[in-house]
Every structure is written in C-alpha cells, then in structure tokens.
Design a binder for this molecule. Structure first.
Ligand code: UTP
Length: 272
C-alpha cells in the first residue's frame, strides 16, 4: 500500500512573476481552488493519507491553507457561510501534512532527496502540482498505483505523447511496450533537442518511486541546466529494468506555463 505522497513545491515559479513573488506557484488558483489542493485531492483519491511537502522560503501560505483558521471559522459561523469551508475541512481531517524545506533550489531530484526524511523507507508517490490532471474515472495517481501493484518493486512514471518539437521541455523515455500503454523503460533523456529525442513520450509530474531512488539520488551529479535531475536517477534504475512508464488515461494541463494555466482555468470553469 502506498500511503505517502511527496509534493516538491520549492521552485521559484519564475514564469508566473510577479504573481509568484509573495505567493507560492502551487497556491495559484484554478477557478477557486489552489493547484496544490487539486493535487492533494488526487493523492487522497489514490488511497494516500500522508502528504509530505517540500517547501522553500516564501511558501508559508501552503501550511496555512492546510490548517484551521480559527478567526475565519468564527466569522463564517456568525454569517452562516461555513459551507464554503466544507471541502478544505474534510481534506484537513482526512490526512496529515508534514513539511521540510529545500534550502537551495538544486533541481527536482534534489527536492525529492530533501523529502526523504518525510518519506522513510517505503514506496511513495510524487506529484508536481503544476501538472494538473483530470480523468473521467480513476485519477491518474490511482491508475498508477494499480500499475505499481502489478509490476512489483518498480518505479512508475506517467507519460504522454507530445509534439516532437516540444520534447525539449520534458524528460523523454524510450522502451519496450509490454502491454497496452505500459512500457519497460530502457532509456530516458532530460529535455532533449527534438532531433536527439528517443521518442515523443514525455514524463509528466506523476511518479511512484521505490526507496532505492534515494541512494541513487545521493550519487547523482548535476545534469541538464546544472540541476540534480530525477530523470538521471531513474535512468540508472532503468538499467536493472526497474522503471515502468505508463501512458495514463485523462487530460493534463501544464499549469507551470501561462498558456496551460489559462487552458485549465477555462476547462475547470466549464466543467463546474
Ligand atoms: P519547474 O521546472 O516548473 O520550476 O519545477 P519552477 O521553479 O517551479 O518554475 P519556473 O520554471 O521557474 O517557472 C517543477 C516542479 O519541481 C519543483 C517545483 O516547485 C515544481 O513543482 N522544484 C523544482 C523544487 O521543488 N525544487 C527545485 O529545486 C526545482
């Protein structure tokens, strides 16, 4: 059973400046709900009840969001508007939150390694809240848990097909399709030039990782962009056949970019 979900949320969110100067990117709302809350709801839907969040300076709003606000509760009770808090109250009741700070932004791999103190020695999920997912039936993370349970002791990465010219924005895999939409990975490259990309199968912000990843991350040197890349650590595990890529069912919005954010806003507004 996977109980813990790690949320790396220490990045600067430069593409959203000045909005992200004092507000964490993960707290930007799609309609009336912060990105990170969508992520926590997805983790809950996949049976996880322990949320581990890697934060950084200027991210205190995240902790306040997933906590009681006595003053607000008191005011809303008086004005009969408590129902506005029902959803977030239920979330706070259903799970625990723990936090650690990444002191220097040395990359996603480093953020995940920083979270090891919160995760311990067990398989865990990683969710990047700026990749917002929606699906008709099971959530993307629930689908991935099913794949994890089937291919014991392997890391699972969620992938989607992207336009070849966009491969330089993603980690890109190649592998052997072992069943419909499931690949045994044998190569992965971080943000390859379209001409060097091994395929158009791009990794999105959903992972299930086994604890061995921490030992590998400790030894992983800075790669593309001078950052410690999770893709490089996964590549090393893939040499032992321990990485599975899963083409998920559903939709993903890149809310780390302005275009994706606007697209998600329109989609979730219409969906209601
Ligand atoms: P991004 O590459 O989107 O970086 O990180 P960013 O800083 O959030 O945004 P831009 O590119 O400056 O606009 C992907 C995810 O990894 C986390 C981010 O918070 C985001 O969820 N991350 C990245 C960390 O937690 N620490 C890091 O050192 C780097």
């Amino acid at each position: 059973m996977i109980k813990k979900c790690l949320f790396p949320a220490a990045g600067y969110g430069t593409r959203f400046l000045p909005a992200t100067k004092a507000i964490p990117k993960e707290m930007l709302p799609i309609v009336n709900k912060p990105l990170l809350q969508y992520g926590v709801e997805e983790a809950l839907s996949a049976g996880m009840n322990t949320m581990a969040i890697v934060t950084g300076r200027g991210k205190r709003a995240i902790e306040d969001h997933f906590d009681k606000s006595y003053e607000l509760e008191h005011q809303l009770k008086k004005s009969g508007k408590e129902f506005f808090l029902t959803e977030i109250r239920d979330i706070i009741k259903s799970c625990t939150f723990s936090y650690t700070r990444q002191k220097e932004m040395l990359g996603l791999g480093h953020a995940i390694l920083t979270g090891s103190t919160l995760v311990g020695d067990e398989p865990f999920a990683v969710l990047l809240a700026d990749d917002l997912c929606d699906s008709d039936e099971k959530s993307v993370l629930s689908q991935m848990v099913e794949i994890f349970n089937k291919y014991n002791d392997c890391c699972i990465v969620a992938i989607e097909e992207v336009r070849k010219e966009d491969t330089n924005k993603y980690g890109v895999i190649s592998g052997e399709e072992i069943e419909d939409d499931v690949y045994r990975v044998f190569d992965m490259v971080e943000k390859p030039d379209p001409k060097d990309a091994p395929s158009n199968l791009a990794i999105i912000g959903r992972y299930i990782l086994i604890p061995e990843i921490f030992d590998v991350l400790k030894k992983t040197k800075a790669g593309k962009g001078g950052e410690i890349q999770i893709t490089d650590a996964l590549l090393s595990l893939s040499k032992n056949g321990k990485v599975i890529a899963y083409k998920f069912k559903g939709k993903r919005f890149d809310c780390g970019s302005v275009d994706g954010f606007v697209e998600a806003t329109n989609y979730f507004y219409k969906r209601g």
